[in-house]
Write a protein that binds this ligand. Sequence first.
Ligand code: FES
Length: 123
Amino acid sequence: MPDVIVAKASSFADPGRKVFDVGGNEFGVFKLGGEFYAWENRCPHLDGPACQGKILPCSTEAVNDDKTSRGREFSKTDMNVVCPWHGFEFDIRTGRHPTNNAVRLRAVKMRVEGDDIVVSLRD
Ligand code: FES
């Protein structure tokens, strides 16, 4: 399949996301921290529409120098998308599940040319 222009980069919020269906290829394009990422809209759990879920800040445990916990914090820069079917979370930058590296979204080849978001889809 040839490369396809799917959107204007300037039309995205940050963080933001748009989901597309091009010739039966469903995928999400995300903007985070000024960068773009594209993932198939297919959850590795049970094929749910993972890219259409809520975008939420990643949570981490803040640890003091003496290794005691200060509790949970929400990241100001890292975000997950949460699959709407059963709640699996995926890092928008890496596509990875936060605790299981074997569970991840599949990348879609994408680039930004000027103000165009261009994707290269499989046949
Ligand atoms: S299909 Fe996505 S969490 Fe189950």
